[in-house]
Design a protein around this ligand. Structure first.
Ligand code: GLN
Length: 305
């Protein structure tokens, strides 16, 4: 059996030279307040063994990582019909880009760029009875943790400066790809992004992607084996925006990043790992998180390729 704890401790030493690279995101004022030198990893393997290092028990803003969870929830309602409203192709563009959406007539490239995630938010607003609290409960059940919450200050802070997301939502609406009131959809989207979790909670909530669709604590089936295959493939090809190729090349696992500095990565049938380090590169992905995951797959000599 692989001793992940030992490997993580080795990575903690090897990663130190990278601690000065990158910058904390300033696009959401409230997020800029975080200490730049936080660093944590939590890995849970399919033998259900937990291994962690650093600040892995501190909550942080999961931001775009939430897009995978909202997609998982929407996929339960719409299945393959989801793809009539949003595509499954890498965008090759920054996450908040507007140009592609205009010339592709309001159908976002994939559910992980902001435009795609806003369409998914619209699907959830249409299908959930109390959208925000039902979605929060969905996430709490995945992680088997009741203390997971929205951070209202972060949601409000993003709303105040969310001009590009408002532009994307209005453009989508003009193409008929938003059913609900634009403000309601954006409110849902800003809240889902503001969810806070620790590395441990995040790794536990994504465990079903490593475990054929079944959750860690209660063995609930969330998605089918075939749906898991599809969403893992989407994370592999689109999870890091215009750096998805680089992540596949260096790490070789499906994953998803967020501008709060978190990254989730999945080795199907083996483990699920969450990293957190707030300093980002120019593509909006955590510098130390990407490096740590590259070291993890190099050190273990295991990736999906
Ligand atoms: N809430 C952020 C936004 O919409 C999420 C971006 C990210 O984490 N990449 O801009």
């Amino acid at each position: 059996m692989t001793n992940y704890k030992q490997i993580l401790q080795k990575i903690e030493q090897e990663i130190k030279p990278f601690s000065n690279e990158g910058m904390v995101s300033t696009s959401i004022p409230e997020l800029a307040l975080i200490s730049p030198f936080k660093f944590g990893i939590h890995l849970v393997d399919t033998a259900r063994v937990d291994s962690s290092i650093g600040d892995s028990n501190e909550k942080f803003s999961i931001q775009s990582i939430s897009k995978v969870l909202s997609l998982s929830c929407a996929f339960k309602f719409l299945g393959e019909n989801t793809w009539s409203r949003v595509g499954v192709e890498p965008s090759g563009n920054p996450f908040n880009s507007l140009v592609q959406l205009e010339y592709e007539k309001g159908k976002p490239r994939n559910p992980f760029v902001n435009a795609g995630a806003i369409v998914i938010a619209d699907i959830l607003v249409s299908n959930l009875k109390s959208p925000k609290s039902d979605f929060l409960n969905f996430v709490r059940n995945l992680a088997n943790c009741d203390t997971i919450n929205f951070n209202e200050e972060v949601a409000l802070s993003e709303k105040k400066v969310g001009y590009r997301n408002a532009a994307l939502a209005n453009l989508l609406k003009s193409f008929g790809n938003i059913e609900n009131d634009v403000d309601e959809v954006l409110d849902f989207y800003f809240h889902q992004c503001s969810i806070e979790m620790t590395c441990k909670e995040l790794a536990h909530s994504f465990y079903f992607f490593a475990n054929g669709g079944y959750t860690l604590a209660q063995n609930h089936r969330i998605l089918t084996e075939s749906q898991i295959k599809r969403l893992n493939a989407l994370m592999q090809t689109c999870g890091f925006y215009d750096e998805s190729g680089e992540f596949a090349y260096k790490v070789g696992l499906p994953g998803k990043s967020g501008i709060g500095g978190g990254i989730i990565a999945i080795h199907p049938q083996k483990y699920c790992v969450a990293t957190w380090s707030p300093k980002l590169n120019e593509k909006g992905n955590s510098v130390m998180g990407m490096k740590a995951l590259e070291l993890l797959t190099t050190e273990t000599q295991m990736s999906i390729f």
